[in-house]
Design a protein around this ligand. Structure first.
Ligand SMILES: C[S@@+](CC[C@H](N)C(=O)[O-])C[C@H]1O[C@@H](n2cnc3c(N)ncnc32)[C@H](O)[C@@H]1O
Length: 330
């Protein structure tokens, strides 16, 4: 992927809050699963007892990674892989694994990538290391499939009408970014709010990048490679992601009983120490300086035990993974 813009204009979100959580663990390796413009990595590397292993699926961040490699030598390593492949990392002294989900400002504002409804031309939306791009979904996915994507990944009230119109119009022409915006606006013409296409674009980005599957597999594998005492820290930007992360930490940090009439089981294991049940959100001054941070939520927990099977977690979100696996080669 080619970046055509200033690569380092992304503001790291909730950086001070992140540092206050992980600084007691300083003196070891931190995995930055979503390197982006490197804001988190750079901050953690300022303490010379720390090493960073950084991952990103988008190879347009290579140039930022190369600069850090030159500056910090062996203390910094970068891999252009998806975080669902985090188990490929072989490292003993991992202190924390950090996810800052979604897109960097660099990616969204690079209009060639078609991630934003402000783009023009071909619908792309690939973050990197993808199997297909958005134009294939829009031109081939069944009406019912499009409906599910818009409803479940975008919570779009007009999912049915929008999918129907896409299927009608694609018979006569290739639907490009501006056509998709027109379709949405024609259906939501009486609705207020300026960015009527936001939900549809979010839904398609999630589908094209298999973001739900990535998150579920990434969290489980992060737990598997993390030593006891290490932290998992996750910053999310929309409600589906936050629901998944909240369930992951909460379900395995509480002792559950098979019956509410039985005394609390003393054999049930807690796999996480969850210090705060509520997410940490940006201060009003951070939102003023960096408006996209307004929807960020940070959750974190420390690993207490090995051996969690995460069956309930996986089953609970299978309905979303099934939508990401919809076949559209018709
Ligand atoms: C919000 S940005 C991270 C910004 C970073 N924390 C900083 O301070 O500059 C998210 C980054 O994660 C990457 N990303 C998203 N999903 C990923 C995945 N499944 N595997 C690897 N990288 C991913 C994106 O390509 C993007 O560069």
């Amino acid at each position: 992927m080619n970046a055509t813009i200033n690569l380092e204009k992304h503001f790291p979100v909730l950086l001070n809050e992140l540092v206050s959580i992980i600084s007691p663990l300083y003196g070891g390796t931190f995995i930055d699963c979503t390197f982006g413009a490197g804001g988190y990595s750079k901050k953690i590397l300022e303490d010379n007892s720390n090493n960073i292993i950084a991952l990103d699926r988008d190879n347009s961040v290579n140039s930022i990674a190369t600069k850090l490699q030159t500056k910090y030598k062996k203390r910094f390593k970068f891999y252009n892989i998806k975080f669902s492949d985090i188990d490929k990392i072989k490292e003993d002294n991992i202190k924390a694994i950090i996810f800052d989900l979604g897109y960097s400002l660099n990616q969204i504002s690079d209009l060639n990538r078609g991630l934003s409804f402000k783009s023009k031309g071909k619908l792309d939306m690939r973050m990197g290391l993808n199997d297909f791009s958005c134009d294939e979904v829009i031109s081939k996915m069944s009406e019912q499939g499009l409906f599910k994507i818009f409803k479940y990944f975008g919570d779009e009230k007009y999912a049915k009408q929008i999918s129907k119109k896409i299927v009608q119009l694609r018979k006569n022409k290739i639907i490009e970014t501006e056509n998709l915006v027109e379709i949405v606006e024609s259906i939501k013409k009486n609705k207020s709010g300026k960015n009527k296409s936001t939900k549809i674009f979010q839904a398609l980005r999630i589908f094209v990048n298999k973001e739900i599957t990535e998150l579920i597999n990434g969290l489980i594998k992060a737990y598997n490679i993390l030593p006891i005492g290490g932290a998992i820290v996750v910053v999310t930007f929309h409600s589906i992601e936050d629901k998944i992360v909240k369930f992951f930490f909460k379900e395995y940090s509480e002792i559950k009983n098979s019956s509410r009439y039985l005394p609390k089981s003393i054999t049930a294991k807690k796999y996480f120490n969850l210090i705060k049940k509520k997410p940490i959100i940006p201060s009003s001054s951070e939102v003023r300086i960096n408006p996209p941070s307004r929807s960020a939520k940070l959750r974190f927990a420390y690993k207490l035990e090995n051996g969690c099977d995460f069956k309930k977690f996986v089953n609970n979100f299978n309905y979303l993974k099934d939508i990401e696996n919809l076949n559209f080669d018709v």
